[in-house]
Design a protein around this ligand. Structure first.
Ligand code: DOR
Ligand code: ZN
Length: 347
């Protein structure tokens, strides 16, 4: 089994900073062309100056053997975002999108919003500039069950905003439920990124046979029925679902403590995991749409003219299962079990 696809893009990734950036950027840069870089650093990226400086650090840290790597930057939706600066950043090509985090929903989201309705001016500006709003759709209402929080956020926050601003392009990030798929089904303004781990796992994998902190992420991996809805949408070839890995490294010391940090580091083998999901679904003919062409169209760029070949083998290869940063932090690589069966080569 062998398939050639245009070089994939990753439309949602956390590259961090400092020693962690140095350690992870090569995994993304060698596998992907565009990388939509999330702005949730310890000090959030809220201005075009911050974004340009962060892009420079990413480019400086990227390996020389990944010349086609193109990080594109996002601003963190907060009251600190100045609309003139946003316009300038977009005009200069520094800012590609704006990311909304509900305050308290996930890693470094403290600077996020209490309600999307507080940012209508900003969203109107995005609609006018034809810049997409990226949304972490997860209610932070403690009364809502953790597995119902995406649906609740969509109902309470996202639908009112999208009804009010039908011209606003919305990317529902790391869609994790059937309710999320339904939201995209119903609205031409909406598209969704899907992660390798939400496609390949369901909540029993997380919880049933020894709790697995390496699978803990936000939004939390949901039911088998939800996963099946994601697989159906992603493997269908439809234009509004595409790959965003949400690769999010945390040191094992932060994952295996009493309160695991949310995030799955999948930049290394996310592509193999996705290929395996498509293979199992009998849908490899739609892999390129999901990994390489749909997202490019949504973000108004050409698909890559370079290509990658994926070959499924019967012989299990040896693959690394962890890396360690220069600061001494160990990180677990998601998907190593699947990666043993796939060989990926850049053409
Ligand atoms: O699991 C997650 N990790 N979800 C997010 O939204 C943020 C990310 C991170 O930055 O660690
Ligand atoms: Zn993310």
């Amino acid at each position: 089994m062998k398939i050639e696809i245009p070089t994939p893009d990753d439309w949602h990734v956390h590259l961090r900073d400092d020693a962690m950036l140095d350690a992870v950027v090569g995994y993304t840069a060698r596998r992907f062309r565009y990388a939509m870089v999330m702005p949730n650093l310890a000090a959030p990226i809220t201005s075009s100056t911050d974004a340009a400086a962060y892009r420079d650090r990413i480019v400086a840290a990227a390996p020389a053997d990944a010349p086609d790597f193109r990080p594109v930057m996002t601003l963190y939706c907060s009251p600190l975002v100045d609309l003139d600066d946003l316009r300038r950043g977009v005009a200069e090509g520094v800012v590609k999108a704006v990311k909304y985090y509900p305050a308290g929903a996930t890693t470094n989201s403290e600077a996020g919003g209490a309600s999307m309705s507080d940012f209508l001016d900003l969203f109107e500006t995005l609609a006018e500039l034809d810049v997409r709003l990226l949304v972490h759709a997860e209610s932070t209402d403690p009364a809502i069950d953790i597995f119902d929080r995406e649906a609740a956020f969509i109902e309470r926050e996202l639908i009112p905003v999208s009804d009010r601003l039908p011209e606003l392009g919305i990317t529902l990030e790391h869609v994790s439920t059937r309710a999320g798929v339904a939201f995209v089904d119903e609205r031409s303004q909406a598209a969704a990124t899907v992660t390798p781990h939400h496609l390949a796992q369901e909540r029993s994998d997380l919880l049933a046979d020894g709790m697995r902190p390496d699978l803990y992420c936000k939004p939390v991996i949901n039911s088998a029925d939800d996963r099946d809805a994601l697989i159906a949408a992603a493997t269908s070839g439809r234009a509004d679902f595409f790959l965003g890995t949400d690769s999010a490294p945390h040191p094992t010391t932060a994952k295996y403590g009493p309160k695991a940090k949310a995030g799955v580091f999948n930049a290394a083998y996310g592509l193999e995991v996705v290929a395996e999901v498509f293979h199992q679904a009998g849908a490899l003919e739609n892999l390129a749409a999901f990994t390489s062409t749909n997202g490019a169209s949504v973000y108004d760029v050409e698909a890559s003219t370079n290509s990658v070949t994926l070959e499924r083998t019967e012989i299990d290869a040896d693959v690394a299962t962890t890396f360690t940063t220069k600061a001494g932090d160990e990180v677990v690589l998601f998907g190593a079990d699947v990666a043993t069966r796939w060989r990926v080569t850049n053409d």
